[in-house]
Design a protein around this ligand. Structure first.
Ligand SMILES: [Fe+2]
Length: 388
């Protein structure tokens, strides 16, 4: 099996000062040290290592084993032509953060011209029961003045409940969330993809890129990719995503491309994540680390019981009621350090891509994301399926 090729080097713990991190970084021959953290959780100081894209056969092996496939610079050549659109997206997000409504903003140029005549904005709603939702915009799709598809939507949501984290996302899909089998309706998936391109034309750096298509065909062993269930992320300072997977019927995995700013990732195949959890729990300082991060003694016992057995730990990972494990994954810096030292840490700059295989609940790439800048970045996250 080819080794995963993380490009982050761990320098030192969160208690270090920047000066200490600089000394260590220089000693190891790296550039400036970078702070890795999210919403009050400090992982520590890291440095970016050089990396190259895996060879074709290695990329295929990484994908099959559920590893992230890091492809530095894969979409970099497309960024120059999209510069004006990237700046426009930044401005759009600024205005949303200032409290302006998405419906009014998309009624302005350049959006109005790009949306008409194909997409007709019908309504703007907000689900009061969903604290993370900002606004949902509903669209019909028209061809020659006739409705050809209904109930497409763009959902704007916060990425967390944290007041100090302005990260938000635009998700493009259709139908009833959680009820509809979206994979069954490729036509509407295709329209939702076109809607993404009307609002964020920088999507073309993935969707109109023959090199991306060629690599996906070889890596996923498919004839042609379709990019569906698209999300455009704006990760803000202090923000990012906790460990999760994105397994969904009807798609094979996710392609994520950094457009602006930088993000860091921990991306681990589920079987390896289980091994890493067990390895951490065998450390002499594990119990103290968990208690310090907020795990109660009873929770610690539950975690140790579940982790004694591979299958029960696997099921516990998929359980929504797993607070002690959730804390281990998302609040224990020594565990994150262990993953980085095992080369599961990646840092993406504009133009870099990571592929996240999502074959099934037992075999998929779990991942966690951190914003690396003191400004809001932009990234594209598209599910990949074989084009019907
Ligand atoms: Fe994800």
């Amino acid at each position: 099996m080819s080794a995963q090729a993380g490009n982050i080097v761990y320098l030192g713990p969160p208690g270090w000062t920047r000066e200490q991190a600089i000394i260590e970084s220089q000693r190891l021959g790296f550039d400036e040290p970078l702070w890795l953290g999210r919403r009050g959780y400090g992982v520590g100081w890291v440095a970016q290592n050089r990396s190259t894209a895996p060879a074709k056969a290695d990329a295929r092996a990484l994908w099959q084993s559920g590893n992230g496939v890091f492809l530095p610079g894969l979409v970099a050549s497309g960024l120059t032509a999209q510069q004006a659109n990237i700046v426009a997206a930044q401005r759009l997000v600024e205005r949303i953060l200032e409290g302006e409504g998405g419906a009014d903003l998309l009624d302005e140029e350049p959006y109005a011209t790009r949306l008409t005549p194909q997409f007709e904005l019908l309504a703007s709603t907000c689900d009061e029961g969903d604290d993370q939702e900002i606004e949902t915009l509903e669209f019909d799709v028209l061809a020659n003045g006739n409705i050809v598809a209904e109930n497409l939507w763009v959902k704007l949501s916060w990425l967390s409940y944290d007041e100090d984290d302005a990260s938000l996302r635009f998700r493009f899909s259709f139908g009833m969330v959680g009820y509809e089998d979206v994979a069954e309706d490729y036509q509407r998936q295709h329209y939702a993809a076109q809607l993404t391109e009307a609002v964020f034309p920088e999507s073309y750096i993935i969707s109109a890129n023959p090199e991306v298509e060629r690599i996906l065909c070889a890596t996923l062993a498919i004839k042609a990719p379709a990019y569906v269930e698209r999300i455009v992320y704006f990760n803000a300072p202090n923000g990012g995503a906790q460990f999760h997977q994105d397994v969904e019927r009807g798609h094979l995995g996710v392609i994520f491309a950094q457009v602006y700013g930088r993000t860091s990732w921990l991306a681990v195949p589920k079987p390896s994540l289980i091994e890493e959890i067990q390895r951490y729990l065998a450390r002499p300082d594990a119990h103290a680390g968990l208690i310090e991060a907020g795990v109660k003694p009873r929770g610690l016992k539950t975690l140790l019981d579940k982790a004694a057995n591979r299958d029960s730990l696997s099921a516990y990972l998929d359980d929504h009621q797993n607070d002690p494990l959730d804390i281990l994954l998302n609040r224990v810096p020594v565990f994150a350090q262990q993953l980085i030292e095992a080369r599961y840490g990646y840092m993406l700059e504009p133009g870099d891509v990571i592929l996240l295989p999502q074959q099934g609940i037992g075999h998929c790439c779990w991942h966690s994301v951190f914003c690396m800048d003191d400004y809001i970045g932009e990234a594209l996250s598209f599910a990949v399926r074989e084009r019907p």
